[in-house]
Design a protein around this ligand. Structure first.
Ligand code: SAJ
Length: 444
């Protein structure tokens, strides 16, 4: 074969060689970060016939993967075990494995610091390790939610250090993770996958890669577009939740049942999408992702006022709930101080066990500071730490001993009829008692 005369030709040759490996499944796939995003992805590519190496800094995770025992709800052990047994999937804590990989997905956390600045430490440390063993002919795909520009400004320089040129010697894309843990209908394989590369060749190799294991791939023109797609998706949710929370505050003041308003508005067959008020905004995506966008736009001199305002309103909801509890007890001639308050549901949303950013923690803290005697029920959260205090979940029947019950998370497992029967007073922040009428119920 004649030597390529320029980068374009060289890149085409490298891309063609990698594309062939991807098509015939001999490409060795690496997944950095074996959490709720990385492990399902590793399983999908192993099921598609690739040899997959999972890399994680937590030895506990790599040990359990290699034992064929899942720790991610969306990955049943009976799916994971055969893939490990057949040798299709293995895990390691040693980044030296990168030397033998052809593709690398980076699926590590991107939390916010307390100052609401992006914490890029996981992306940086992963790329530092990858760079040590990085070689030409590799496709790298960053999946961690982050601000527009991260792939080109942070990851690319770290991978180019050895003189390798993106689009010629290696390929770099961003592809937002869209995993919704516990979603019974949409899982990794059937959620459309957006992917944008540093160069058109990068985008094409990324598109080809994902199309081997996922049902629908959506190529876009750049890494920034792909980064922005994810932030739009989750900022859209956060702001609309903030809007409906503000509507709830307005309705409360005007004595209007906001839940009835939303249900009736939702009969509009176009141009409307219902969101529901609640005790606040929890989770590891919605309260976090929009601040990656506002942080970046502030640097560009643009104030993301909707994000800041929605963040403020959502942050106020725990205080609003505690005031409702205080007023409801007041109506019963009881101070918060010394009253027994039983919280139903503490996870950040229904039917899961995740406590990250859960508004229940804020509500419990505020009530504790006002002198309440606290207890809670949650079938998914057996114990929780509150500052110096540790609470153990109690049976739902404990509500009978409470001066006030607060429904914070409306798990399907709760017996709401029995709860209404046994409680003296219930503040319902989720409309879980919809259709049940009683003077005992105070609704958001
Ligand atoms: N919430 C409300 N009112 C609503 C919807 C949610 O108060 O109308 C609250 C929830 O109780 C929770 C928080 O907002 O505390 C976030 O809820 P969420 O339904 O957005 O669930 P998440 O945080 O698990 O968001 C994930 C996201 N998935 C990804 O980022 C890949 C989000 O994009 C999904 O749309 C969402 O799941 C989903 O639809 O379940």
């Amino acid at each position: 074969m004649t030597e390529p005369h320029n980068s374009l030709e060289a890149g085409a040759a490298v891309a063609a060689a990698l594309a062939e490996k991807i098509r015939n499944r001999t490409a060795r796939v690496g997944i950095v970060g074996l959490g709720y995003v990385g492990l399902p992805l590793a399983v999908e590519f192993a099921r598609a016939g690739f040899h997959v190496t999972g890399i994680d800094v937590k030895e506990e995770k790599t040990r359990r993967v290699n034992a064929g025992v899942s720790y991610v709800g969306d990955v049943p052990t009976e799916v994971l075990a055969p893939l490990v047994k057949s040798g299709k999937l293995r895990a390691t804590t040693d980044f030296a494995a990168v030397a033998d990989l052809d593709t690398i997905n980076i699926c590590v956390p991107t939390p916010l610091r307390k100052t609401k600045d992006p914490d890029m430490s996981f992306i940086v440390s992963s790329c530092q390790e990858i760079a040590r063993y990085f070689h030409s002919g590799t496709l790298v795909l960053l999946e961690s939610t982050t601000y527009p520009g991260t792939t080109d400004e942070v990851v690319l320089p770290m991978l180019s250090k050895g003189g390798l040129e993106v689009g010629r010697d290696f390929f770099l894309c961003f592809s937002p993770e869209r995993v919704d843990p516990g979603n019974p209908k949409y899982q990794t394989a059937n959620i459309p996958k957006v992917v944008g590369g540093c160069t058109p060749a990068c985008t094409e190799v990324g598109r080809l890669f994902y199309s081997q294991a996922l049902e629908k791939v959506v190529p876009v023109s750049s890494t920034q577009v792909a980064e922005m797609v994810k932030l739009l998706e989750n900022t859209f949710r956060m702001i609309n939740i903030g809007l409906v929370n503000e509507i709830a505050l307005m309705c409360d003041r005007m004595g209007i049942n906001v839940w009835e308003v939303i249900d009736a508005a939702a009969t509009k067959p176009f141009g409307f999408m219902p969101f529901y008020p609640g005790p606040g905004l929890g989770g590891h995506c919605i309260p976090i992702d929009p601040f990656y966008l506002s942080w970046k736009t502030k640097q560009a001199g643009i104030e993301a006022r909707f994000i800041d305002l929605a963040g403020y309103i959502n942050g106020q909801m725990p205080h609003f709930v505690v005031d409702k509890v205080q007023n409801a007890l007041n109506q019963a001639g009881k101070p918060v101080k010394g009253s027994r308050i039983h919280v139903m549901g503490v996870a950040y949303k229904r039917d899961i066990d995740d406590m990250r950013e859960s508004p229940a923690l804020d509500i419990l803290m505020l009530l504790e500071r006002r002198g309440a005697i606290l207890s809670y029920s949650d079938p998914h959260v057996p114990t929780l730490r509150l500052d110096a205090m540790t609470l153990q979940a109690e049976p739902e029947s404990s509500a009978a001993q409470a001066d006030c019950v607060v429904i914070v998370t409306d798990h399907a497992a709760f017996d709401y009829a029995a709860l209404l029967e046994r409680s003296q007073l219930i503040v319902d922040t989720r409309n879980a008692l919809k259709g049940r009428n009683s003077d005992k119920i105070v609704r958001l």
